[in-house]
Design a protein around this ligand. Structure first.
Ligand code: AMP
Length: 226
C-alpha cells in the first residue's frame, strides 16, 4: 500500500537518472501500479517531432542531437500537461523532467503551495548506461524498449518496427551524460536538501528494480520541507 501524501491530494512523483538508467521502462510500470499519469517530456518532444507540429519543428535538431531544450519551452509544455484534469485528479509521475535547477524551481512554482512529494533517483554508473544505450532499440509504434534484435527485427509486443534513437548515437550519448553531471546531478542534490530524494540501485535486474521502487515509494512518508 502506498501512503496518502500529507494533504490527501493526488501524489506527485519525479523519476530521475542518467539516460539509459531505466526511467522509461520503470516509469511506465510504476505509474501503472500507482495509478499515476506518466508524463515523459522526451516522449512528448519525440511525438511532436514526428507529428511535425510547430513545437516539434522548434526542438527537432536539439532532440536528435541529445541537447537540452531551453527551460522555458520545456516548462511551458509541462505546465500545459499538468493542467489537464486527468493529471490533477490522478496525480503524476514525471520522467525526464525536471532536469535542471531552473526547471525544478519553475516546477515548484507550478505546484504551489506544495511541491513534489518524492524524487526517485535510478542510480546507474556512466559506463553501464553507455553500454546499455549502445545496444538499445525502441519500437517506433508502441515505444517498447529492448536490446539488439537477434533475428526478428519486429517488436515482440505489437509487431512494429524496432529502431535506434538518433540521440543514442555515441557522440550524442557523451553529450547527454555530460549534461546529466553538470545540470541534473546538482538538481538532485538540490532536492536532497529538501528531504524528498530516495535512490535505487538501477543496475539490478529489471524485476528487482521494479520491486525496490515499489517498496521505496510505499515506505516513503512525507518529510518536513525546507
Ligand atoms: P529523454 O527521452 O528524457 O532522454 O529526452 C530526449 C530529449 O528530449 C533530450 O535529449 C532533450 O533534447 C529533450 N528533453 C526531454 N526532457 C527535457 C528536459 N526536461 N529539459 C530539456 N530537454 C529535454
Amino acid at each position: 500500500m502506498v501512503p496518502e501524501s500529507t494533504e490527501g491530494r493526488p501524489r506527485r512523483v519525479a523519476l530521475v537518472g542518467r539516460p539509459g538508467a531505466g526511467k522509461g521502462t520503470q516509469g511506465t510500470v510504476l505509474a501503472g501500479s500507482l495509478g499515476l499519469v506518466h508524463v515523459s517530456t522526451g516522449e512528448l518532444f519525440r511525438d511532436a517531432v514526428r507529428a511535425g507540429s510547430p513545437i516539434g519543428e522548434a526542438v527537432a535538431t536539439l532532440v536528435r542531437a541529445g541537447e537540452l531544450v531551453p527551460d522555458e519551452l520545456v516548462v511551458e509544455l509541462v505546465a500545459e500537461r499538468l493542467a489537464a484534469i486527468e493529471v490533477r485528479e490522478r496525480g503524476f509521475l514525471l520522467d525526464g523532467f525536471p532536469r535542471t535547477i531552473a526547471q525544478a524551481e519553475a516546477l515548484e512554482v507550478l505546484l504551489e503551495p506544495a511541491g513534489l512529494d518524492l524524487v526517485v533517483e535510478l542510480a546507474v554508473p556512466a559506463d553501464v548506461v553507455r553500454l546499455r544505450l549502445a545496444m538499445r532499440w525502441v519500437c517506433g509504434a508502441c515505444g517498447l524498449i529492448d536490446g539488439i534484435p537477434l533475428s526478428d527485427p519486429a517488436c515482440e509486443a505489437c509487431g512494429g518496427e524496432m529502431q535506434r534513437r538518433d540521440d543514442d548515437a555515441a557522440t550524442a550519448v557523451l553529450r547527454r551524460l555530460a549534461e546529466y553531471d553538470t545540470e541534473t546531478a546538482p538538481m538532485v542534490e538540490w532536492y536532497a536538501g529538501r528531504g524528498v530524494v530516495v535512490s535505487i540501485d538501477g543496475t539490478m535486474p529489471p524485476d528487482a528494480v521494479t520491486r525496490a521502487l515499489g517498496e521505496e515509494v510505499a515506505a516513503w512518508t512525507p518529510r518536513t520541507r525546507a
